[in-house]
Design a protein around this ligand. Sequence first.
Ligand code: LLP
Length: 423
Amino acid sequence: IKNHLEIEDGQLTIGGIPAVEIVKQYGSPVYVSNESRIRDNFRRYKDAFPDADLYYAAKANSNLTLFKIMASEGAGADVFSDGELYLALMAGIPRDKILFNGNSKSDRELLMAVKTGVRVSLDSIDELRTLSRIAKKEKKIVDVSFRVNPDVSPQTHPKISTGLKASKFGIPHEEAVHAYKEALDLPGVNPIGIHCHIGSQILEISPFSEAMNKMMDLVEQISRLGVDVKFVDMGSGLGIPYEKGKAVPSPKDLADLILPIFKSRCRDEGISPKLILEPGRYIMGDSTLLLTTVNTMKEAAKKFVGVDAGFNLLIRPAMYDSYHLAVVANKADKKPEEIYSIVGPICESGDILAHDRELPRIEKGDIIAFFDAGAYGFSMSSQYNGRTRCAELLINDGMIDVIRKAESYDDLLANQLVPSRFL
Ligand code: LLP
């Protein structure tokens, strides 16, 4: 039906197991990922960029087991917080393949980077000075890059465009040379790379060549200053087809676009830095379903289907108007008959997972699968409305492992303290 997902005897299956069976055994709602799809996605990316290092973007999904799959594939990691750094280390990602990104790192986070010996991508000159001070005090030298804002428009959702001039991320590219000059002079920091990230869910890839050229302009300039450029990190952003049958550019297309620029400009300069890419969505996105159960039906202004997951578990539709394909898993071969809006149980009008979808006739108890939920699904979940987070499962070779237990009411109370006067 879509990629690795199939229909057998009218049932939607993932990794060969019917979604309905999964819900029967493990309850609903539940996230379920297919290990072989994750590995295939990674390898397809790696095949397109055989000489590059792929730093998995932890934010897409930082489940430890999924992170360990990345480590076993030889990935590095793009981490954006102390917690993601902690998880990357726990997953066994080599320290020299971890890049600590972030536009507002705390001094404590910078100290953690210094102590763990990972690379840091700096977001401002102010941060450069802070890191230099911290590293000097610790008598360490930290390998750094600057995240440069290349000022290109990636033509994606404004909330996930990051490389525009007005964006909060990175230093303006006109100031980059000056920043590297200062980095060369300061103790405790060793500038060895350059970094950018223009946005996410990008379907029109030409902005990547513009960004690549702008970055190589800078590489040229900072090399002349005396920076030994060991890596050029182009971030990530390759989109995936959330809609069935939609043609989107592949990693190979991206490689065909940017590798010739990268290679020829490196040759011209007589340098051989490593290319780094930081894919997240492409690796995890389509590997995972969010399985939900229909609690209730209602005919009002629209035909509403109430399921047991809302934006507490999948916030993308509410936050970015994102489309996730919804399939009635136990009626996967039935013809569409009605138009439904599928809504979650959260006390907010915006808690709509799918607007006006043509689907087979739905009844209470049906299982609705939301596709492509592996990136920015669980990782953006919350306990809003007192809703415990659901379990995460991993399928491999027809076997199911629970890779995160469903939360219990204890988790709602976790870390809360009640002063004795309330007892
Ligand atoms: N590197 C950096 C520095 C990033 O900021 C991001 C994503 C990535 C890599 C990974 O990009 P990807 O391969 O996944 O496109 N929550 C939003 C997406 C936010 C992306 C944030 N940065 C969504 O659900 O669409």
